[in-house]
Design a protein around this ligand. Structure first.
Ligand code: ARG
Length: 444
């Protein structure tokens, strides 16, 4: 029982929140004349001393004391004697843990948000530099049309923007204080819940005590936002894994985020990116774990809920590492723009531009133009040359409506410049997106 019951091995991570919530609680008890000002002061001094001890030596792990709440209260009674027993007036561990954990998750959200902002800044900085660096754009990981690297990187800016918005939503929704809900039904003491809510920077007290002690939506909102964010990070990581591979050779990753092989001296492995890709699996697992834990629990608190913390702590740790790794990867990689451009040129990426030209300049229906272009690509492929290296007579032999002007449309520059529709890959569009993103990040 001792071993299965004890949560102190992991919930000691809540010690700062537990002490802050206890101080707010006892200050309120004194303000409401539920405990004397003198006892409250004694308790607050004791709590501050305990915080100093925890800071210095860590939180002691005694399984008999079960959790962080009992551990701190027991130390308090050692330090200040019987007054310590007044701290738990009008409170239960149920509202206490719900409050502590909300405070912890709220901070985790703020940390994720700050990390993601740094990642966005790194993306925008590289996108600015590479607004007109041309690379192949892919569908099915097959060369499709030329795009700019800036455009590609800004796609991740958008994903992270949504992630941050999900974290902001989660924060706004969770920012209600459960303290004072007591075990499940509220309390008969004349407490002031507004006061504790304010002291702990919550917007308002929670409205239903049964819900307040048994709600873990805030933790699931966080985990679900973290899971979705980790999926984006894993996709970005995968781009780097592919781009850094020798056949691609699009990027040189920073040495600080790569490793060597113990046997193959030429190897430089993208371990950090691979771990970010791998961590996404674990973070999704954490979100799943808590959802399944909560499924079917009747009101109000059940001990199952003690299992809420390990997945949240694990996900927060993995997410922080993943964000930091990808921020470094984006900021410190060197993009091999020559290679990218060459790949775009040799991949027949401007085939659509040939078809579009036939439609616009020769008034050929798109389906027919598509067919003519297919024949041109086949011919170029058989000769191992790019489309714009086919002599005009050969293009004319395929369809005589082709003329000299087509070459202007077949370069990769012309191709990306043409895609200037809103949100498109044209350098001018990318520069606009970058400028707007910078303004957004600087809070304009
Ligand atoms: N360690 C417990 C948890 O994390 C604290 C709440 C205990 N409440 C109770 N009724 N046993 O959930």
């Amino acid at each position: 029982m001792r071993e299965i019951n004890a949560s102190i091995p992991f919930d000691k991570a809540l010690w700062r929140q537990d002490i802050a919530a206890s101080k707010a609680h006892v200050a309120m008890l004194a303000a409401c004349d539920i405990v004397s000002a003198e006892d409250a002061e004694t308790i607050i001094d004791g709590l501050e001393q305990i915080a100093g001890e925890y800071e210095k030596d860590g939180v002691p792990e005694d399984w008999d004391l079960e959790d962080i709440h009992m551990t701190t209260e027991s130390r308090l009674s050692e330090l200040v004697g019987p007054a310590a027993g007044r701290l738990h007036t009008a409170r239960s561990r149920n509202d206490q843990v719900a409050t502590d954990f909300r405070l912890w998750v709220r901070e985790a959200i703020d940390q994720a948000d700050a990390g993601l902002e740094a990642l966005q800044r790194a993306l925008v900085a590289q996108a600015d530099v590479h607004a007109d660096s041309i690379m192949p754009g892919f569908t099915h990981l097959q060369t499709a049309q030329p795009v700019t690297l800036g455009h590609h990187l800004m796609a991740y800016y958008e994903m992270i923007r949504r992630d941050r918005s999900r974290f902001h939503d989660a924060r706004a929704r969770m920012n209600e204080c459960p303290l004072g809900s007591a075990a499940l039904a509220g309390t008969g003491f004349p407490i002031d819940r507004e006061m504790t809510a304010q002291a702990l920077s919550f917007d308002t007290p929670t409205r239903n005590s049964l819900d307040a002690v048994s709600d873990r939506d805030f933790a699931m909102d966080y985990l679900q936002a973290a899971a979705q964010c980790s999926l984006h990070l894993s996709r970005l990581a995968e781009e780097f894994v592919i781009w850094a591979s020798q056949p691609f050779g699009f990027v040189r990753m920073p040495d600080s985020l790569s490793t060597g092989s113990s046997i193959m001296p030429q190897k430089k492995n993208p371990d950090a990116a691979e771990l970010v890709r791998g961590h996404a699996g674990r973070i999704v697992g954490c979100a799943t774990a808590l959802m399944v834990t909560m499924k079917g629990l009747p009101l109000a608190y059940s001990k199952d809920m003690q299992d809420d913390k390990p997945p949240v702590f694990e996900a927060a740790n993995l997410l922080g590492l993943s964000i930091a790794a990808m921020t470094g990867m984006v900021a410190d990689s060197t993009f091999k723009t020559d290679r990218m451009r060459q790949a775009a040129e040799l991949g027949y990426a401007t085939a659509t531009d040939l078809a579009d030209w036939l439609v616009r300049q020769a008034d050929i229906p798109f389906r027919e133009a598509h067919h003519i272009t297919g024949a041109a690509v086949k011919l170029a492929e058989s000769r191992g040359v790019a489309l714009d290296q086919l002599p005009l007579e050969d293009l004319k032999a395929i369809d005589e409506r082709v003329d000299q002007r087509v070459y202007a449309a077949l370069s990769v520059e012309a191709s990306v410049a043409a895609r200037a529709s809103f949100g498109g890959t044209a350098p001018a569009q990318v520069r606009k997106q970058v400028a707007e993103a910078k303004a957004e990040l600087d809070g304009e």
